[in-house]
Design a protein around this ligand. Structure first.
Ligand code: GLY
Ligand code: MN
Ligand code: MN
Length: 463
């Protein structure tokens, strides 16, 4: 947690942006696994954590846009909580930690909102992403559950995005703390990988390091020898010579900030010539995009820059034909790069996307495309100094997609399907780093993690 002054200042900025509203910011609820008090690891809502700091379930924050006052609401643990899970600070004590007033219990919150609504004031809230919070909002605001989503405030979302997308030095330090552990996890994964090892064993090595640092994964790790499946969440294969492993794994820092790192490495410890060539191509695309990552540049254009570099090499290899320009503009390139270049990162691994991807990643100047591949680009708008983004180009050879497109004859003048067919079984390559957009250019955050093909082989050889 930061100093109380940090949260006070953030809430003051928010109040200034919505001076007429009462701004309701619910924290997340505890999430039972299979019976009421057997919980999943708790993950706080990013907005609540940003404005109220506290990493505990079942709290609600309220900011009065007119006065700038803020309160925390929730129920104090009774004697049963003390007996079973231990004494915790009261809601009033927690409120004091983050410079807010003690508002009382949730009934008091509902009464406060009802009074304000009676005076003609509006209650602003962001769209909920869990049923629990949707029902909580309905109850507190006095509307039906069906009306909750439509009643969410786009003005509030825009105000929050404007604030949260610029990271302070303290936030960067949190992300780098997450990345220090992440670096150890990725190097351990490379060291643990060899032919005959099961994917879940490698995941387990990383989990041990994360839990040993009292951290949790920021998302379910993607660790697979079938790395062409973009978010492959199965770990049940035995890794074999000749395969590439895609390892996309990050953690949340103690303060709740995410890392999101991908490395790709050969099971045997040595890239074969084609693997090395395509790896170097993805790396060049990543390096070029990072070098171009400066304020004012549209992230959409970084996507195109990376895609062009990769298409040029695939064209040289005979996978694409015709004019490079046509391969890009038609969307044919997406057969090998069917996703976006990256996204913002912060308290959430896909930072703020729960607020609405288009409101976070696009604006009046850059609209989301509906072209296959490009429509998965979550961030298109111009970069601002202080943002943190991932840069994660990749090449993927996805047999069902190749078959589907070939069957449709899609872009057949631009794609050599026989050449793609020869790469069935190649898998995928993704290289992902987390980058801070500074006034004068980008900086890759965190401790170095073996990134060139030589560095990756050296880490594996040292094991
Ligand atoms: N780890 C998910 C992603 O890279 O977006
Ligand atoms: Mn990512
Ligand atoms: Mn990732």
């Amino acid at each position: 947690m930061f100093e109380a002054a940090t949260y006070r200042q953030r809430r003051a900025s928010l109040a200034q942006a919505l001076p007429d509203a009462l701004i309701l910011i619910p924290g997340n609820a505890g999430m039972p696994m299979d019976f009421a008090v057997n919980h999943h690891p708790f993950v706080q809502d990013g907005c609540f954590r940003y404005f109220f700091g506290i990493d505990e379930p079942d709290l609600v924050g309220l900011v009065d846009g007119a006065s700038g006052e803020a309160w925390l609401f929730g129920e104090d643990g009774g004697i049963d909580a003390a007996v079973w899970t231990g004494v915790t600070p009261s809601v009033a004590e927690r409120a004091a930690q983050v410079g807010a007033g003690a508002g009382g219990d949730l009934a008091a919150c509902a009464a406060h909102l009802a009074r304000a609504q009676g005076q003609g004031r509006t209650v602003a809230y962001t769209p909920p992403y869990t049923a629990e919070i949707l029902l909580l909002i309905a109850g507190l605001v006095g509307i039906t559950p069906e009306a909750v989503r439509a009643g969410a405030s786009p003005a509030l979302v825009r105000a929050i995005v404007t604030l949260r997308e610029i990271k302070s030095a303290g936030e960067i330090a949190e992300m780098e703390a997450a990345l220090a552990v992440t670096a150890r996890m990725h190097h351990a994964a490379m060291a643990a990988t060899r032919p005959g090892v099961r994917e879940h064993h490698v995941v387990g090595c990383m989990a041990g390091i994360a839990r040993g640092a009292d951290l949790n994964f920021a998302y379910a790790p993607i660790l697979s020898g079938r790395g062409e499946v973009l978010h492959n969440l199965r770990y049940d294969r035995t890794l074999a010579t000749g395969e590439l492993v895609v390892n996309d794994t990050g953690v949340k820092s103690a303060g709740g900030y995410a890392s999101d790192i991908t490395r790709t490495f050969p099971v045997s410890g040595r890239f074969d010539p084609l693997q090395r060539r395509l790896y170097d191509t993805v790396l060049r695309a990543q390096q070029a995009a990072i070098a171009a990552c400066v304020p004012g540049v549209r992230y959409l254009d970084l996507h195109w820059l990376a895609a062009r570099i990769m298409v040029e090499d695939l064209h040289d290899l005979g996978l694409f034909r015709g004019a490079i320009e046509d391969v890009l503009a038609s969307g044919a390139y997406a057969l090998a790069f069917p996703c976006g270049l990256g996204h913002q990162i912060g308290l959430d691994v896909h930072d703020m996307e729960a607020l609405g991807e288009d409101l976070v990643g696009y604006d009046g100047d850059v609209r989301r495309s509906d072209l296959f591949g490009l429509r998965s680009l979550r961030l298109g708008k111009a970069l601002r100094a202080g943002m943190t983004v991932t840069i994660e180009p990749g090449l993927y050879f996805i047999p069902p997609l190749i078959d589907r497109w070939r069957g449709e004859g899609r872009h057949s003048s631009l794609i050599d399907y026989d050449a793609f067919d020869r790469l069935r079984g190649f898998g995928g390559i993704r290289i992902e780093d987390d980058v801070h957009v500074g006034e004068n250019g980008a900086r890759i955050l965190g401790d170095p993690i073996g990134r060139t093909a030589d560095e990756v082989e050296a880490v594996m050889a040292a094991a």
